[in-house]
Design a binder for this molecule. Sequence first.
Ligand code: DAH
Length: 378
Amino acid sequence: MAQARRSAGSDLTGAPHDMTDLDTLKSSTLAAIAQAGDEAALEAVRVGALGKKGTISALLATLGKMSPDERKSAGAAINALKDEVGEALAGRRAVLKEAALNERLKAETVDVTLPLREAPAEAGRIHPISQVMDELTAIFADMGFSIAEGPDVETDDYNFTRLNFPLGHPAREMHDTFFFHPDENGERKLLRTHTSPVQVRTMLAKQPPIRVICPGRTYRNDSDQTHTPMFHQVEGLVIDKGATLGNLKWILEEFCKAFFEVKHVKMRFRPSFFPFTEPSAEVDIQCRRSGGEIRFGEGEDWLEILGCGMVHPNVLRLCGVDPDVYQGFAWGMGIDRIAMLKYGMPDLRPFFEADVRWLSHYGFRPLDLPTLAGGLSA
Ligand code: DAH
């Protein structure tokens, strides 16, 4: 560069160019081109030689002042120099471009053997309880049920009285209820001990026929391997003129087959007692327990999964339904229980410990929504 400038300087004096001058300029310019380490440096050489104020451009500008003879020989020589420098620039530019590209390729290599980082929607997991709620919603929605919900903080009236637990009835004591302090009117609210008060709310709000399920949180003062103070139930309620125990049996059997994803289930209805149903039953399903594993649709063991019965006429009356016109059936099932059974989880307590390692092991992929057509847990 510096050399090229200097020789340009001598030419700008207007002195006639001899071949030595041109040769010097040529060799210094070509040397500068060869030494240009990157495209920016090469561009500076180009501007210094061929730019508006460049050395070669300055030489070309002197042609006008020459005699025709001089111009003829000097013009050819200068233009040849210009062409040669142009070619050298193009050649060097190609080399530098390729070198720069190779440099980038080397710096930006991607190790295709590295594991992909999961997108957030892929990395998250659906809790087994949410999964099971989605599954049973899909099953009962397919049978024409809608979803009803109620608050976790309930009145004693809805949780007990209207469900035919008279005041002072011993069944109230069996529920290990969490009570709140009485309010200014002396009313003592509680954390609902079952999802059955949603039956009351539904009957008070809607005219029969009624066909609802009510999944939700429930609370009892109880804690061990299979009990936590907060747990989940799903209630079912059907009120119609001709609703029978036979309908109830069919619904529960269809539910169990769909939910446990088996072709056959054997179920056993054991007589039982609940204040809000008459007759009442507890339902067991047949299973085989072997080596810590449970299989349904085979085996000689029985496992209790729900309580059910025909809705007691007192309950219908207390909820504004005429028991001489309508009858119905209801059931209540522990969601945590059936989740543990279906997905082989031995302890209930980790469900509520929010341990990400447990969740990533037992959780479900967020975009795999359970449907009857596409498979519930596939
Ligand atoms: N509420 C009962 C419980 O938590 C379960 C239950 C039994 C619900 C029978 C019902 C029913 O609707 O008919 O133990």
